[in-house]
Design a protein around this ligand. Structure first.
Ligand SMILES: *[C@@H]1O[C@H](CO)[C@@H](O)[C@H](O)[C@H]1NC(C)=O
Ligand SMILES: *[C@@H]1O[C@H](CO)[C@@H](O)[C@H](O)[C@H]1NC(C)=O
Ligand SMILES: *[C@@H]1O[C@H](CO)[C@@H](O)[C@H](O)[C@H]1NC(C)=O
Length: 434
């Protein structure tokens, strides 16, 4: 199962097993207190040492050289790399109040991600947000009310995969969007070209691009606070190096729409007295000031944003792992079959806890993500055999490769997905509306 998780690189909110979590620390402390790492220049740090492409490979090298925790200073920012899941757990889970500040990504701030949970700095606003997350999705019990939604949507996913197995990534994305929109806003997505799913996809591409380390001039100006946003906002667009502002203006419209449109949908439904129970409708029980409403809006968008891309990456990685490791697949299927036969109510694969605890470490949506990934994994294995594609008599082994970016995905690959048996086929074809 280790390989499965090696493919996901979910930073800030999420960390992956055997992957490396970067934490930027802005407070200027005695440099002697920092962990060892590549040496830097006094002023700018060693920018050339800062890896832009697949940074985890370089981080792993540093791990070998400098140990579990390494450090680099680049352009005024201290970056701490955690190279072991044990250290990451200890620091980010057990001592989360000490380590739950967020790096400043001025470009992402300008684009409009500032008040969402992933980029909120530590403070009242973040605590308030986390409290609400905890209340509504913070425990296995709290997320239980959402299991039926996940099961129905996953069943629909199985039907789509059966019909068009070549469109796996599209189906995973659609399903994750459907689940999270239903949970966040009580919204049922359309089978094709759903406006909110499209919006989320576009906004998340922007999120990835605007947080790419070192990609934006504004991000590498040494700064230790969100105040820079205000300063940068005043630079005119024609100013040399300020081309990012035009891009930011276009992007911010999409992000704003992604944050506001589904929220307005819930408000309209509440006004009409037809809102189903959802994260947002629960948040909105009562009357609130405009500022509180803004916070709610961003809290809900955090769930929507975080939920739709991170589980996609994990589930896509899961199918790749099953393609590459048929023995592991067989073992997992045997476990599921055994559980189904005795019809324990809550099946648990032995690898389950380890995986989600680490993959979604420190993420307030951990239990939701855990349930999503778990339900998709178990239901898919229960009915499908996943294997390598054979083309012209040649078996094609997918490459184990992943994309760069804050949320890394496996590179597109081909696999064959077929019902395991006639009985499995019948199960998939059953009505999914329970
Ligand atoms: C900075 O990085 C370059 C390229 O990796 C390396 O050659 C150089 O020695 C480094 N400089 C310092 C001060 O570490
Ligand atoms: C860092 O992580 C890599 C990959 O998991 C591992 O091979 C290496 O031993 C780790 N180094 C340390 C010091 O833990
Ligand atoms: C699925 O895989 C199992 C072994 O892993 C095999 O026995 C079974 O025949 C396969 N089913 C189909 C329909 O290929």
């Amino acid at each position: 199962m280790l390989t499965l998780t090696n493919l996901t690189w979910l930073d800030i909110c999420l960390a992956g097993v055997g992957t490396y979590l970067v934490k930027q620390v802005f407070t200027k402390k005695n440099p002697a207190l920092y962990a060892p790492g590549p040496p830097g220049w006094p002023v700018i740090g060693n920018v050339s040492d800062m890896p832009h492409i697949k940074p985890w490979l370089t981080f792993a090298e540093w791990g070998k050289k400098y140990g579990d925790i390494s450090h680099i200073k680049a352009l005024g920012q201290h970056i701490i790399v955690l190279n072991s899941s044990r250290t990451a757990m200890e620091m980010l889970d057990k001592k989360s109040s000490m380590y739950s500040d967020r790096p400043v990504f001025p470009m992402a701030d300008i684009v409009g991600w500032k008040d969402t949970l992933v980029l909120l700095p530590y403070g009242d606003h973040l605590r308030w947000n986390r409290k609400n997350f905890h209340r509504l999705v913070g425990t296995p019990t709290a997320v239980k009310v959402y299991h039926p939604i996940e099961q129905i949507e996953t069943h629909r996913f199985l039907k789509r995969v059966l019909a068009e197995p070549g469109e796996l990534m599209g189906h995973i994305r659609h399903t994750a969007g459907a689940v999270i929109l239903c949970i966040s806003y009580g919204y049922e997505v359309q089978e094709k070209n759903d406006p909110f799913v499209d919006l989320a996809d576009r906004a998340l591409v922007i999120f990835s691009k605007s947080t790419a380390p070192g990609a934006w001039m504004v991000d590498i100006i040494p700064s230790s606070s969100h105040d820079l946003t205000i300063l940068v906002a005043k630079v005119p667009e024609w100013f040399p190096g300020a081309g990012f502002k035009r891009v930011a203006r276009e992007w911010s419209l999409i992000v704003e729409e992604m944050i506001s449109a589904p929220f307005q949908f819930v408000k309209d439904q509440i006004a009409a007295g037809i809102a189903p129970k959802s994260f947002t409708s629960s948040l909105l029980e009562g009357t609130f000031s405009a500022e509180e409403q803004h916070m709610f809006k961003c809290t809900a968008a955090s769930l929507y944003g975080a939920g739709s891309d991170t589980t996609v990456s994990s589930i896509y990685a899961f199918f790749l792992a099953m393609t590459l490791f048929p023995d592991v697949q067989k073992k997992a299927q045997a476990e599921i079959d055994a559980v189904v036969r005795t019809l324990h109510r809550e099946p648990r694969l032995t690898s389950r806890r380890q995986f989600s605890d680490i993959a979604f470490l420190g993420c307030p949506g951990l239990h939701l993500a855990d349930a999503s990934v778990w339900i998709s994994t178990a239901m898919s294995l229960a009915v499908f055999n996943i294997s390598k594609v054979v083309e012209n008599g040649v078996e094609i082994t997918p490459e184990l490769d992943s994309t760069s970016g804050l949320i890394s995905h496996p590179k597109p690959y081909k696999c064959s997905i077929k019902p395991r048996s006639a009985k499995a086929l019948a199960l998939i074809k059953q009505d999914a509306n329970y």
